[in-house]
Design a binder for this molecule. Structure first.
Ligand code: HH2
Length: 266
């Protein structure tokens, strides 16, 4: 699958959390029937990719880690049905074993919120099956006072080294600054403001600011009410080179993008 979109159009990735505890929509799509219906709706609303995850990454703490068996058991009644819809599916997991199961079912992209740096099997799996892999910047904990962009470039340098050692072509990587992961409130804003620095790598850039806590902190809005803030953050990210947006509400983001495109094409 080629994700280096030559047409310059921004792609939308719809979030499908088959979890009881995700930070903004935990439980909403935990029942398989609800998850399948949500995927169908997101595709009708214009999703280009569906990102399915069965373990909350809990960027804001309170993680309830699940084992491989549980994660696969949550995916099993949903993933094959979503794949049947014919839209590319990415698997949001921290475990190579789960990623392998999903790719086997027909998923086409791996989404690794640890940028190949947690499970050593991830880079090897992506290399062996020659699939694109989203490498997200992450840190065990936020640290005040560091230069977050320097930290991110050092992180991606390590990711590139791991990819090379595993025989994974650099062109298979999609970079993601990891909004909300291991960053202070200010650092999230700095990252979004300086996102154009990621253009230097010549790789697709994905951003996932949807409903994240920094929007709540600015606006006072609860997760479900963070749509306008999500659109604003993603608009600024697109201006600075993002080509894939990971969102909960596909319809809203699609409408916003179509207006931006219409203005730019006038
Ligand atoms: N954010 C979340 C999960 N996975 N993957 C990428 N590549 N980028 C992100 O920004 C990202 C991600 C967190 O959001 P959500 O899926 O809504 O919550 P949870 O992890 O609690 O299920």
């Amino acid at each position: 699958m080629n994700l280096n979109f030559a047409d310059g159009r921004v792609r939308l990735m719809g979030i499908l959390n088959v979890t009881p505890d995700s930070f903004s929509d935990g439980g909403e799509n935990f029942a398989p029937g609800d998850a399948i219906a949500s995927a169908r709706r997101m595709i009708a609303d214009g999703a280009d990719i569906i990102d399915i995850g069965a373990e909350s990454t809990r960027p804001y703490g309170g993680a309830a880690p699940v084992d491989v068996k549980t994660e696969i058991a949550r995916l099993a009644p949903v993933l094959p049905k979503v794949i049947e819809f014919g839209v590319p599916v990415s698997i949001d997991t921290m475990k190579a074993e789960v990623a392998e199961y999903a790719l086997d079912q027909g998923a086409m992209i791996i989404n690794d919120v640890w940028g190949l740096q947690r499970d050593p099997g991830m880079a090897k799996l992506a290399a062996r099956l020659n699939v694109p892999i989203i490498a997200m910047h992450n840190r065990k904990e936020a640290q005040d006072g560091i230069d977050i962009m320097t930290d991110m470039h050092a992180f991606f340098a390590r990711t590139f080294e791991i990819a090379q050692a595993a025989g994974l072509a650099r062109e298979k990587l999609i970079l993601d600054p990891g909004i909300g992961f291991g960053k202070t409130f200010e650092q999230n804003l700095i990252v979004l403001k300086n996102m154009d620095q990621l253009k230097r790598y010549g790789l697709p850039v994905l951003v996932g600011a949807s409903r994240k806590v920094f929007i709540g902190k600015i606006s006072g809005a609860e997760p479900q009410q963070r749509g306008p803030g999500t659109i604003a953050a993603h608009f600024e990210a697109v201006k600075r080179g993002a080509t894939i947006l990971r969102v909960h509400n596909v319809a809203e983001m699609r409408q916003a993008l179509s207006v931006v495109e219409a203005i730019n094409n006038a």
